[in-house]
Design a protein around this ligand. Structure first.
Ligand SMILES: *Cc1c(COP(=O)(O)O)cnc(C)c1O
Length: 414
């Protein structure tokens, strides 16, 4: 039978900005996780979830993480026929307790200050939908930075104004330049600031964020992404500062320090009116009951102790990488800071210059021949020749250092 001609033409039917999207690609699309690779590409917690688990990997039923202390299992499988709680007040209160440190204000966060989402990626997107009219408003980002801001902007048909971090100077924010851009273009409604930065791993100075918050005329929102904040110094989080600033939003996640990337749970702290808008626009049942139960468990005292224990080990391995990586011939300097669970480091060519060709060859040889997957970041602004290395377990770091030495010796010998 001859093919029927159809009036349907996808290329003219779907929204033009959606047609231009490329599917998300990560290092694991190239190098599948077959269980043998050392995965230092996605900034996960290699030690595991911050939960007290038994030898089978099941959550302890003896009270660890259960707020009632009762010996019932964490996840009530019998309740899965019911819709989850759309408000998550108990979980929100635990997040408030976590960040009410009074380092930055005597005021206190309350559940009305919170939005909980499917990872902080949902919060990033929800903010865009909340504040930016498609085809009209804009966001501001500070490259090099996290890729989801621009992906979400493109999905929402929102343009991006870029004000780079100061690459020559430790990737600090340039608040004067940010403020100039905000003055010049009132259609910018949102500024995403990543602190600690990805891939730059440096904490943005509080006074630099303050300078943007104090912009005299701009009517917009400052969204600080603190996905890695638990790897920075104690008290570094500005979450509770949202009680002082009506246009500050602080995003966090359980995907990194808490080791729960698989459950997809992120939060945004804001003034109650902004939180109300975000909660109104979200899908009502965005947080599943199992995710809520695991997140609640993770924020209980015994499980927080597990998270802190793993974090101590990650920080120790980070310090070890800072000491031992520079001893390997062909490794250049660290870019950015070290306030996260990864490091950005330059790879040098035979002449000792940072080189994307050598860094790419290193990335590929490490994954294909040595079973160690890291992330090439050399195409990011100011990151020439760089690889981003997630801090793994002690054993993984040992393997990484040994294999990197071998790969670079081979590349430089040819
Ligand atoms: C990993 C990461 C996130 C996190 O995302 P989830 O959706 O919560 O897993 C957000 N921001 C930055 C900068 C990240 O690196």
């Amino acid at each position: 039978m001859a093919a029927r001609t159809s009036p349907f033409d996808l290329s003219k039917c779907a929204r033009p900005n959606i047609l231009q999207l490329q599917p998300y690609r990560c290092a694991r699309d190239d190098y599948k996780d077959d269980g043998t690779n050392v995965l230092l590409d996605a900034n996960e917690n290699a030690y595991g979830p911050g939960l007290v688990l038994n030898s089978e990997g099941a959550l302890q039923a003896d009270g660890a993480g259960v707020s009632t202390g009762a010996s019932k299992p964490e996840i009530d499988f019998l309740g899965l026929n019911r819709y989850p709680d759309p408000h998550q007040i108990e979980l929100k209160q635990l997040f408030c307790n976590l960040r009410n440190t009074h380092h930055h204000t005597p005021k206190t966060l309350r559940p009305e200050n919170l939005f909980v989402g499917v990872g902080s990626d949902e919060a990033i997107d929800a903010l865009l939908r909340c504040f930016c009219a498609p085809g009209k408003d804009k966001i501001l980002t500070c490259p090099p930075t996290y890729g989801m801001y621009s992906v979400s902007a493109q999905v929402n048909d929102v343009a991006i104004v870029k004000v780079p971090l100061d690459a020559a100077n430790g990737f600090h924010l340039q608040p004067d330049k940010v403020n100039e851009a905000l003055s010049a273009d009132p259609s910018i409604k949102l500024a995403y600031i990543c602190s600690p930065g990805n891939p730059t791993a440096n904490l943005i100075r509080k006074e630099d964020i303050l300078a943007v918050l104090q912009h005299p005329t701009w009517n917009g929102v400052v969204a600080v992404d603190e996905a890695y904040i638990d790897f920075a110094d104690e008290g570094a989080s500005l979450a509770e500062w949202v009680t002082e600033w009506p246009n500050l939003v602080v995003m966090q996640t359980l995907s990194k320090a808490f080791g729960l990337a698989g459950i997809r749970l992120g939060v945004a702290y804001s003034s109650p009116p902004i939180a109300k808008l975000l909660n109104s626009l979200k899908a009502p049942y965005n947080i599943s009951s199992p995710t809520s139960a695991l997140a609640t468990a993770a924020l209980s005292a015994p499980n927080m102790a597990v998270m802190r224990h793993y974090r101590t080990q990650i920080v120790a391995q980070r310090d070890r990488l800072l000491r031992e990586l520079p001893l390997i011939p062909g490794v250049g300097r660290f870019l950015g800071g070290h306030a996260a669970n990864f490091l950005l480091v330059q790879i040098l060519d035979k002449d000792g210059s940072p080189s994307n060709a050598t860094a790419t060859a290193t990335y590929e040889a490490m994954a294909e021949k040595r079973g160690v997957v890291v992330r090439f970041r050399g195409k990011e602004l100011g990151c020439e020749g760089s690889l981003r290395i997630t801090v793994g377990t002690e054993e993984e770091v040992t393997t990484f250092l040994r294999e990197l030495r071998g790969v670079l010796a081979g590349l430089h010998a040819n």
